[in-house]
Design a protein around this ligand. Structure first.
Ligand code: SF4
Length: 437
């Protein structure tokens, strides 16, 4: 099989991994024009300092010996199969790098022969790149759960970032949908990477510390292939951040690719809005000092599809508002919809020098049209504003947004409204409700 056919097959198989986002779209321009692209995969990832880097995204092989129900590459699927050699991956990476197309490599793999053998192939690839070709660019590689600890460690000294995919949010779902995987082996490499990093960091003399998975580890969860609630998913993410110091948890709306009685029908739309809400909640965990149990609870286990999780929390806890921007702590400011870490810092700095008015807040980066319902400035609230949860909800949702969401909701299996009276909104949505005349 020639190399371009292998790339085509394996880039296609890699696109369901969202640990970095693929930008591979085919674009066949007419002869004589420029800009034609093949859909084989360059993707983007973000470094810890916020830089966006382009990565060559490859699956080493899709010839998997496992049969995970949700996966396009499962052994029972009749799809074209291909496997690179370590030399081919290294050569490809260098070719792309030398032409300035990419800054690094994102390398994942299905399981060929067994987990140790697969890990050895990945190690061999990275060794050629690092030691023979002197490649110093960014490498993100998958750790294969169940592989020997020695192999995980070796891989960790060659890569910048490693990811161990949780895949499904509970052991029960894993047993059912990924019968070849050992749910107990899944978290072992994460634990090992965390411990190794810590151990090396405790000995300053060990300069190697900085070269062991320096960009940390991440994971991915598939959303909507199994029945777990949003609350359970956010709880797992919180636990992973706290226990294993993960850099990112990625959420992937399940795209039905296989006809399977245990899974949503192939005609089901991927739960993209749910995925979006999970990323918003994830942001609240990482940067807004929220806990999972504040965002959702066993009593209200699923997201409000009409409101983002922060606004939803604010209207559910309306007795805690208004918060005065002149006196509130940083933590309290972060609770206000429309105020983020940067604008909260700006408020703290500005109020040392003058008394804040509503008109000052926009300049400080506050999204005033959201924040206005939840704040006071030196004890004063916006004149004429109705500060009642139901009015606020209808004001925060535009009619256009409402219509789109309603459409998504009627198609979705996840009807997740709380504190929102749809009929009442229908009756009033065209009226101007923000202010009392
Ligand atoms: S191990 Fe499971 S999820 Fe991974 S490639 Fe094989 S079948 Fe797919």
């Amino acid at each position: 099989m020639d190399l371009s056919r292998k790339i085509e097959i394996l880039a296609e198989s890699a696109k369901y991994d969202v640990s970095c986002s693929s930008s591979g779209v085919a674009d066949n321009q007419r002869t004589g024009s420029v800009g034609s692209t093949a859909k084989a995969g360059i993707c983007h990832s973000f470094t810890s300092d916020g830089r966006c880097v382009s990565l060559l995204k490859l699956l080493f092989t899709n010839a998997c010996i496992f049969d995970c129900h949700y996966c396009i590459n499962r052994k029972s699927n009749a799809i074209p199969r291909a496997t690179f050699t370590p030399q081919e991956v290294a050569d490809l990476t260098m070719d792309f790098y030398m032409r300035n197309y990419i800054e690094g490599l994102f390398l994942s793999s299905a399981i060929i022969k067994n987990v140790d053998y697969t890990s050895e192939l990945l190690i061999k690839t990275l060794k050629i790149l690092r030691h023979e070709k002197g490649f110093k660019g960014y490498i993100h590689v998958k750790a294969i759960p169940g592989a020997d600890e020695r192999l995980i460690e070796e891989l960790g000294f060659l890569a910048d970032r490693m990811s161990v995919n949780v895949e499904l949010p509970s052991r029960e779902s894993l047993k059912l949908l990924a019968p070849d995987k050992d749910p107990f082996a899944l978290y072992k490499p994460m634990k090992q990477i965390t411990h190794k990093k810590k151990e090396l960091s405790l000995v300053p003399a060990l300069k190697r510390a900085s070269s062991f998975v320096p960009a940390g580890q991440s994971t991915q969860m598939i959303i909507g292939a199994s029945p777990e609630s949003d609350h359970s998913i956010v709880k797992i993410a919180e636990n992973l951040y706290q226990k294993y110091d993960l850099k990112r948890v990625y959420y992937s709306a399940y795209i039905p690719v296989n006809q399977d009685s245990l899974l949503p029908a192939v005609t089901t739309d991927p739960p993209l809005l749910r995925e979006h809400r999970l990323y918003q909640a994830d942001w609240l965990l990482r940067f807004y000092r929220f806990s999972a149990d504040e965002i959702l609870s066993p009593e209200k286990p699923n997201f409000n599809l009409y409101l983002d999780p922060k606004a939803n929390w604010a209207v559910q806890n309306y007795e805690q508002f208004p918060i005065d921007v002149q006196t509130a702590s940083y933590e309290r400011l972060l609770r206000i919809p429309g105020i983020g870490p940067k604008s909260a810092q700006n408020i703290l700095k500005a109020r040392k020098y003058y008394k804040l008015h509503l008109s000052d807040l926009k300049k400080l980066g506050v999204v005033v049209k959201r924040a206005q319902y939840f704040i006071s400035c030196n004890g004063a609230v916006q004149a004429g504003l109705i500060q009642e949860p139901e009015w606020i909800i209808t004001s925060l949702i535009s009619s256009k947004q409402y219509d789109t969401l309603k459409k998504v909701n009627t198609q979705s299996r996840h009807e997740q409204l709380s504190l929102f009276d749809v009929e009442r909104f229908e009756a009033t949505k065209h009226k101007e409700m923000r202010y009392v005349n």
